[in-house]
Design a protein around this ligand. Structure first.
Ligand SMILES: NC(=O)c1ccc[n+]([C@@H]2O[C@H](COP(=O)([O-])OP(=O)(O)OC[C@H]3O[C@@H](n4cnc5c(N)ncnc54)[C@H](OP(=O)(O)O)[C@@H]3O)[C@@H](O)[C@H]2O)c1
Length: 265
């Protein structure tokens, strides 16, 4: 169970949070509870989320894996735009390193821009990340918001350690990809594990949660952990209370019967 830092910026993932001390508290609580995987991007805020991570956690504890993504930018109109030329990717990496206070990134995902995955070559961008890896600035490379064909194309260029796509109980387009990546021993990291900006709601989910004495969103996270052994979670929250609930979801065991009920949603 990891932690996704996108919710730490201000509303609309823009500017500072209303409660900066609260954001620092969430990160410190996560690491104290054993979280060793934090997902971020320098275009959250922009810059703000990484600066909060550095303020809260630097110098970073041994074993903490910070994962960022490149491929986007946030102009002053607060929109989300592609930043996919080699020069933009290189300057994006240096923004991450500077704002996080790191010499090298553990993992960088190339985030293919667009609302959902769309076909198109990723060769130039992945090759740029591979160059940065050869220079020692990136340890491992992943890909995000990608189709199966884009994952395969990226793997033909460089070793891919993780795929980060939109996936949750109600959004399962990647089922076959997850199974394929599991066979290859590659991590699958669902973004929007709780449904994202509009958290999941389902009467079945609520009924199961009532029976188990948990919350619906804890059941949604537990379902993901049961779905495949290569799934790593990065639920996002700005609240210490929600963080604790989310981490506790790792302790939930779902029976075959319960999984069948949830699979039918
Ligand atoms: N690669 C990509 O393109 C991409 C896209 C989106 C996100 N991501 C990454 O994935 C991470 C997870 O996605 P996400 O944060 O957008 O969505 P999410 O984890 O599916 O859901 C976050 C939302 O759920 C709420 N929430 C969290 N825990 C809760 C709980 N226990 N009870 C009730 N509400 C709860 C949060 O509000 P509160 O703050 O009030 O808890 C927030 O509104 C992000 O943080 C980011 O690092 C990557």
């Amino acid at each position: 169970m990891g932690y996704g830092a996108m919710q730490l910026a201000g509303p609309g993932v823009w500017g500072p949070p209303k409660d900066p001390a609260g954001a620092v508290a969430v990160l410190r609580e996560a690491v104290a509870a054993g979280v060793d995987h934090i997902d971020t991007s320098d275009y959250y805020g922009p810059h703000v989320t990484n600066q909060i991570i550095r303020d809260a956690l630097h110098p970073y504890p041994d074993g903490l894996v910070i994962v960022t993504k490149l491929g986007g930018k946030r102009p002053a109109d607060k929109s989300w735009q592609p930043a996919i030329t080699p020069a933009e990717l290189i300057s994006g990496l240096h923004d991450n390193l500077r704002n996080l206070g790191l010499e090298a990134m553990d993992i960088v995902n190339y985030r293919v821009m667009g609302m959902g995955p769309e076909e198109g070559s990723v060769a130039e961008q992945i090759s740029t990340l591979a160059d940065l890896q050869r220079q020692g600035l990136i340890r491992h490379i992943g890909i995000s918001n990608a189709t199966a064909a884009q994952v395969a194309e990226a793997q033909s260029i460089v070793d891919i350690v993780s795929v980060q796509n939109n996936y949750n109980l109600a959004h399962r387009e990647d089922d076959a990809l997850i199974d394929d990546l599991a066979r290859q021993g590659i991590a699958y990291v669902p973004f929007f594990p709780l449904g994202g900006f509009s958290p999941l709601q389902s009467s079945t989910l609520s009924d199961v949660a009532t029976k188990l004495g948990s919350t619906p969103l804890q059941v949604a996270l537990a379902w993901l952990l049961h779905r495949s052994p290569n799934i790593l979670l990065i639920p996002g929250t700005s609240s210490v209370g929600h963080l604790r609930e989310n981490l506790a979801a790792a302790e939930l065991t779902l029976s075959e019967e319960t999984l069948a009920e949830l699979n039918a949603i």
